[in-house]
Design a protein around this ligand. Structure first.
Ligand code: AGP
Length: 612
């Protein structure tokens, strides 16, 4: 997963390219590079290892005065992180220059093909295949033009790609093409932009085209033309993106992650939107979908998005009366799932570009299932593959560790469960109206939970040197623990495990010793005493515990200290993940800050895993 940027217009290209790369660093940052077609028509390439700021400070940029350029920030997949492997890459004759996000899966076959035709690859990357393949087709039939050569080359590629192509032969043009990797096109006045996502160029324009798979765009400074891979012309509509440019900045917070944690009340409110606007029925864009034809449902996603599914499985079972299975997309895609036209498959994805989730979605469609996707990024690949799309309105989530997207996903899934119940004539179920009130009250209750930040910071200070943290809970509380544990792991690098509290006695409690840290979550009155006794068991074996709860637990007869309890606002256990996760997000954030780690860009991780 890498980031690509492009500019063509009247301004100097370099500042636009660098700004775009800085915004895209969350996608990868082991090296960066750019290529500019100077006014002298000389094409100059500059690359650097490490963060984008290394490229930004490279004095070679001073000589680049051109207004046409492409750029790339890399997260190495094939070929180690190195200056030579960083993009852009050219063909042997340096006629075509390409940046690429994705993976060319038939690399070996094409490398042999090019070798048989006299081409030599000078890097370890799969990307270098592309400009050489374009050159091969162009040299075979230059009368057909460069667009034809690009089209022929693209048809040979297997795998995923979002690419930009420039050439001294293409005076005022950038060619863009897409299959399975994200790319958007920004439209300006006498200038046009390309980027892997909206925020990278949002400060320049709010007008966007969204390229679909197997489409090519031909950008000049005052036009954008679209074609399919057979070069048939395509008409596309411009979409206006309301995201304010500031919304993509940090708004004064130290980190995107903290900004996004504190944006949750607004994000949840925006996500609830007009769902409950009318008294007679819940309003979701699912008109015409008859849920009575389904006999079961799957929720399929990855990482935090999958945890949102785990947290809402119980609501679908209770209100929608669906047997609900939650599965990791990376597992589902290689199983032979028992799904058909009577199965409803719900996919959850913040980015809408996660490769495993896309593959699972395609598998579900191949089996004839109806697909609904819960997505945060407008126009992303998953939205265009799904039968129905429900958008979380969390706004851009830049930090790699997902926070506001999770709480918005749980909120929207809860609303969807209620919508299905209503559609199936089940809205008279006990608790239905209370759940609606609880959902509407979530923004304010999350705001109250955020006020715990300072006390949680103290608890993080007491624990940031720990090597292990355990999270225990039951039913929905266990799902909350899964998310809290992942947050801690991915930004503080502390080993952590979430366990169903009832499982401790089946082996895990052997790990508990003097000083072991355990976080318990209790938001369900039905199992409150059970989890409390599990916590007491670990305390008697020397553990230090933190208890996150909205129950009036009485610890007087236990060894649990009152000051180890974090009390959060009461709500239905069915939506408690939205509130209970907040202290766990803050605990992970403050722990990582005490360890002086980069919470927005954790090691080894990328925001959107667009490759397997
Ligand atoms: C979130 O904290 C993680 N970084 C990661 O698990 C993420 O949730 C997962 O990769 C799925 O991403 P998506 O929601 O964009 O599909």
């Amino acid at each position: 997963m890498c980031g690509i940027v492009g500019y063509i217009g009247t301004k100097k290209a370099v500042p636009v390219l660098i700004n775009g790369l800085l915004s895209l660093e969350y996608r990868g940052y082991d090296s960066a590079g750019l290529a500019v077609l100077n006014h002298s028509s000389a094409l100059k390439i500059v690359k650097d290892m490490g963060r984008v700021k290394n490229l930004q400070n490279n004095p070679e940029l001073d000589s680049l005065d051109g207004s046409l350029g492409i750029a790339h920030t890399r997260w190495a997949t094939r070929g180690a992180p190195s200056k030579n492997n960083s993009h852009p890459h050219t063909d042997n004759s340096e006629t075509f220059t390409v940046v690429h996000n994705g993976i060319i899966e038939n690399y070996d076959e094409l490398k042999s093909f090019l070798a048989d035709n006299g081409y030599t690859l000078h890097t370890e990357t799969d990307t270098e295949i592309i400009p050489n393949l374009i050159h091969y087709y162009y040299s075979k039939n230059s009368e057909s033009g460069i667009l034809s050569a690009v089209s022929n080359a693209l048809k040979k590629l297997e795998g995923s790609f979002a690419i930009e192509v420039i050439s001294p032969l293409l005076k005022d043009t950038i060619i863009v093409a897409k299959k399975d990797s994200p790319v958007v096109i920004g439209v300006g006045e006498g200038e046009n932009y390309v980027a892997s996502d909206i925020p990278a160029i949002l400060s320049y324009t709010r007008k966007f085209y969204f390229l679909e798979d197997f489409e090519i765009a031909e950008l000049t400074s005052d036009s954008v033309k679209f074609y399919d891979f057979d070069l048939n012309s395509i008409n596309k509509e411009i979409k206006d993106i309301e995201w304010d440019a500031v919304a993509s900045e940090k708004n004064g917070y130290d980190d995107y992650m903290l900004k996004e944690i504190f944006e949750q009340p607004t994000a949840i409110r925006e996500t609830i939107g007009t769902a409950f606007a009318s008294d007679d029925k819940i309003n979701l864009p699912l008109d015409g979908l008859d849920f009575s034809k389904f006999n079961k449902m799957y929720i399929i996603a990855c990482g935090t998005a999958m945890h949102a599914g785990l947290a809402t499985k119980y609501i679908f079972e209770k209100f929608a009366k669906f047997q609900c299975e939650v599965d990791m997309a990376s597992e589902f895609r290689y199983r032979d799932p028992l799904i058909d036209e009577h199965t409803l498959c719900i996919f959850i994805s913040q980015s809408g570009e996660t490769a495993d989730t896309i593959a699972a979605l395609k598998l579900a469609k191949d089996h004839g299932s109806t697909t609904i996707s819960i997505v945060n990024v407008i126009g992303s690949s998953i939205t265009r593959l799904s039968d129905y799309v429900l958008y979380t309105h969390a706004g851009p989530e830049i930090a790699v560790a997902s926070t506001k997207a999770y709480t918005c996903q749980v909120t929207l899934l809860s609303i969807l469960a209620m919508y299905i119940a209503e559609n199936k004539g089940l809205s008279n179920i006990d608790g239905f109206n209370e759940l609606k009130s609880d959902i509407i009250a979530l923004p304010e209750k999350v705001k109250s939970a955020l006020e715990l930040s300072d006390s949680i910071k103290e608890l993080a200070k007491q624990n940031y040197t720990k090597k292990d943290m355990f999270y225990i809970g039951r039913i929905t509380d266990y799902a909350i623990c899964m998310e809290g544990s992942l947050k801690l792991k991915e930004i503080s690098y502390i080993h952590s495990e979430a366990y169903a509290a009832g499982e401790l006695k089946h082996g895990t409690i052997a790990l508990i010793e003097d000083g072991t840290s355990v976080i318990g979550v209790i938001t369900n009155p039905q199992i409150s005493s059970k989890t409390l006794s599990n916590l007491d068991e670990v305390v008697t074996r020397g553990a230090n515990i933190i208890l996150v709860t909205n129950q009036d637990v009485d610890v007087s007869s236990t060894n649990i200290e009152e000051n180890s309890i974090i009390r959060i606002p009461k709500c239905s256990p069915l939506v408690s993940p939205v509130i209970a996760v907040v202290p766990l997000q803050l605990f992970a954030y403050h722990t990582a800050k005490f360890k002086e780690l980069d919470v927005d860009k954790p090691r080894n991780l990328a925001k959107s895993v667009t490759v397997e």
